[in-house]
Design a protein around this ligand. Structure first.
Ligand code: ATP
Ligand code: MG
Ligand code: MG
Ligand code: MG
Length: 437
């Protein structure tokens, strides 16, 4: 992709409204634009990252056996009246009337809708377990939308819903999502810590929030440092096996958010291992049994031919918030430092002298070679000062930068810079290509 053909509205100044670094950097790097309070457009660079985050979420959901669907953003109030949540949900729900004066709402979550799908098609325990998920925009009329896409009103959520015959089945489903979440977040270069949590308006009695530590996090969290050293379950994890040992290993050490904190239990952790910090909630999983299946009559026949309500759980990740969380965890004074897994492009290739025939030839040839080898290249062919070009590259945080100037063009060499470490090397064209592909 040529920068001269790209839409990258970089801001030179720090936007005044941005209180935290991820919000500031997302605005400065031209990733997002606020349209109204807590409502954002995703510009090309931001959209690429959001898509990469979503793709990893999908891969790990699929690996754990969940099936992707797509439910609408707009829901009928009737389903929520049936479950009893229409009035309970309160002011966070955006309520809408259509031209026939029917009550609709912009979904803040989708337990009712998915339960309705389930009850219309599934009748027997033989069709279980089932886990259906989608990635869809949600709306919550947050009292204080802030920090950009970290706490927005419209935001992307991956929400999965599991259906099982009984408690044991539901616990196995919960463990599969628990493990999938550890894998998902670690692929973003984040260190997830599952913490016992309150269930809030979703309801139920077993719940974990997945938290990453960050000074700008909105929750106070307490945990045992041992959790920071546990191995993440591998790609070869057998999701059909009993995952209880992994669940136990990750829930043994103390970890709790503010509302569930037990100071006495925390004191029992050896002092040098006690972490008391701020955290960002990036995912949340719930087991809530028959809370929705009972009022909404989502029943299946069991082995004895009796009709029983299914046991359910729901499992959320906010990919739009995750984009901001990754930046909170990975940046420096110059800008964002994307982990390779979600970087908007693999590398940025800076032409220091566009218009100079020899430099153009080398830079363009290199771009073609790298793209043919499957890499995503942002080719800076814009006529600007070297300093400004480097500042932009550092700001947008692509993992690798290649710099081609007239001198290098003459000697057949390019400079390769690693964004994370700042290490620079001068390599021949072939060496550079071999290093990168
Ligand atoms: P919070 O405590 O931050 O308000 P929540 O507990 O209300 O979040 P859940 O209902 O558990 O959120 O939703 C699942 C996930 O959706 C959250 O873990 C988070 O990643 C994401 N999410 C929730 N609210 C927002 C929001 N306002 N903006 C962006 N992402 C959000
Ligand atoms: Mg909330
Ligand atoms: Mg929460
Ligand atoms: Mg939550």
């Amino acid at each position: 992709m040529r920068l001269s053909r790209y839409f990258l509205p970089i801001l030179k100044e720090d936007p005044k409204e941005a209180e935290i670094v991820s919000h500031r950097l997302m605005l400065r790097a031209g990733m997002i634009r606020q349209q109204s309070a807590g409502i954002y457009s995703w510009l090309p660079l931001g959209k690429r990252v959001l898509d990469k985050v979503s793709a990893i979420v999908r891969e790990e959901q699929n690996r754990a056996g969940a099936l992707e669907i797509l439910m609408p953003t707009i829901q009928s109030a009737d389903l929520w009246i049936e479950s009893g949540r229409y009035n309970d949900y309160g002011q966070e729900m955006l309520r809408i009337r259509d031209r026939h004066d029917r009550a609709l709402l912009y979904g803040p979550t989708a337990e009712e809708m998915v339960t309705d799908i389930f009850r219309s098609h599934v009748r027997s325990y033989r069709d279980l377990p089932l886990n259906l998920y989608h990635l869809q925009w949600k709306f919550r009329d947050e009292v204080r939308p802030r920090f950009g896409v970290m706490r927005s009103r419209e935001f992307l959520m991956k929400d999965a819903y599991s259906f099982d015959l009984d408690y044991e089945g539901a616990r196995a489903a919960y463990n599969r999502m628990f493990v999938a979440y550890l894998r998902t977040f670690s692929r973003f270069g984040l260190q997830p810590i599952p913490m016992r949590a309150e269930t809030g308006p979703i309801g139920g009695d077993l719940s974990h929030e997945f938290i990453i530590l960050a000074d700008t996090g909105e929750s106070a969290v307490y945990c045992d440092k041992a959790l920071l050293d546990l191995p993440i379950p591998g790609e070869d994890t057998d999701f059909t096996a009993d995952l209880t040992p992994i669940f136990d290993a990750w829930t043994g050490p103390y970890a709790a958010t503010d509302d569930m904190h037990d100071p006495a239990a925390f004191e029992a952790v050896p002092e040098e291992r006690r972490v008391s910090a701020r955290g960002i909630e990036i995912g949340h999983i719930f087991y809530f049994g028959t809370k929705y299946s009972e009022p909404m009559k989502a029943m299946v026949t069991n082995q004895d031919g009796e009709m029983v309500p299914v046991h359910m759980g729901s499992y959320g990740i906010g990919p739009s918030r995750v984009v901001a969380a990754i930046i909170e965890a990975s940046h420096d004074d110059a800008g964002i430092i994307w982990p390779k897994s979600v970087a908007p492009f693999d590398l940025g290739l800076v032409n220091l002298k566009p218009g100079d025939a020899a430099t153009d030839e080398i830079a363009e040839g290199l771009t073609v070679r790298l793209e043919k080898a499957g890499l995503e290249v942002l080719y800076d062919d814009v006529d600007a000062r070297a300093g400004a070009k480097f500042a932009t590259m550092d700001l947008i945080g692509l993992p690798t930068q290649l710099v081609v100037g007239p001198r290098g063009a003459a000697s057949g060499e390019v400079e390769v810079k690693d964004r994370a470490t700042g290490a620079k090397e001068t390599l021949s064209l072939d060496e550079a290509v071999n290093r990168l592909v």
